[in-house]
Design a protein around this ligand. Structure first.
Ligand code: NAI
Length: 300
């Protein structure tokens, strides 16, 4: 089975280099028309230039594909709406959105300014909200849409010096979970990728011999599957260097006690039981989790 994207229109944000470029090239190779969006700034979000996006468009054109460059910042709602309106006018639809644009402002929390925190939240989280909102109605009307969020092992599991980035990245998983529910009726599927790849974002964070084994192309297979016709919804896949895993937010069986035992002392005394992972589940929705709690647990 070959995954094809003929007649599909895809927007990839932050596609002027790194992972976004690799996604754009592969989607174009598989027949999609691709919008290569990139602000073209530095790793910390400063500056801008259309040349990175245009370079990737040139690569796609050279291999016989169809692409357009766009320099909107994902944080600029008006510019993003303009981009989407232009794509709709030129290509008639928007099938795929890969929210990939991102910046880093790493510092330990003690040294991190509010501005460092807000800028990172703004690009990763609000940028994805703004781009998703700009295509959401189009996808609902088409009864077809594939949206990919980009989280990180930092968001899922934490990383020293990345409080701002981790908060933004786990926020995207929360965003996916509700949008997957709201999009289900309209065949709009929303998933999340947690990449690990050698790019300018990681070039000084990992040893060279490791980086050599994990080019962006090692993440592409998971990203492309997650925006394909056969994509699941509400899935988080970690990918990089040949590894593909799925991450879940699980719920333990916990304890369920009578009103007279609902005390801090009970929680303290039974914390090991509350934490015991035997028989843990993955609730489908927040309400399902509430039902487990109020219904006296999920045991058998
Ligand atoms: P990268 O720095 O090469 O790519 C990010 C791109 O986003 C850049 O081309 C940049 O110009 C663009 N960008 C930044 N702010 C923008 C804005 N406001 N509007 C439009 N474009 C903007 O880094 P990489 O590694 O390719 O990162 C891609 C995504 O993957 C990011 O969301 C990153 O957080 C995520 N990620 C990457 C990992 C890795 O191992 N490389 C690990 C976990 C997550």
């Amino acid at each position: 089975m070959t995954l094809r994207f003929d007649n599909r229109v895809a927007i990839v944000t932050g596609a002027g280099g790194g992972l976004g470029r690799a996604y754009a090239l592969d989607l174009a190779r598989r027949g999609a028309k691709v919008v290569v969006n990139d602000l073209g700034g530095a790793r910390d979000g400063s500056g801008s230039s259309l040349s990175a996006a245009q370079g990737v468009v040139d690569e796609i054109t050279a291999m016989g594909g169809e692409a357009m460059a766009n320099g909107a910042s994902v944080t600029d709602a008006a510019a993003v709406e303009k981009m989407v309106a232009f794509v709709k006018e030129r290509w008639g639809r928007v099938d795929i959105l890969i929210n990939n644009a991102g910046i880093l402002r790493d510092r330990t929390f003690v040294k991190m300014s509010h501005d460092d925190f807000r800028q990172v939240l703004d690009v990763h989280l609000m940028g994805s909200v703004i781009c998703t909102k700009a295509v959401w109605e189009i996808m609902r009307e088409q009864t077809f849409g594939r949206i990919l969020m980009t989280t990180s092992s930092t968001g899922l599991y934490g990383n020293f010096g990345q409080a701002n980035y981790g908060a933004a990245k786990l926020g995207l998983v929360g965003l996916m979970k509700t949008l997957a529910l709201e999009g289900a009726k309209y065949n709009v599927k929303v998933n999340t990728i947690a990449p690990l790849a050698a790019t300018r974002m990681t070039e000084d964070l990992m040893p060279a011999e490791l980086l050599a084994k994990m080019g962006p192309e090692t993440v592409v297979p998971a990203a492309v599957f997650l925006v394909s016709d056969d994509a699941p919804t509400n899935a988080v896949i970690n990918a990089g260097g040949g590894g593909f895993e799925r991450a879940y937010v699980t719920l333990t069986q916990g304890i369920h006690v009578a009103p007279e035992d609902m005390t801090a002392e009970t929680v303290a005394a039974r914390f090991a039981e509350i934490s015991d992972r035997t028989g843990e589940i993955v609730p489908d929705t927040g309400s399902a989790q509430g039902a487990v709690a109020l219904g006296g647990g999920n045991r058998g």
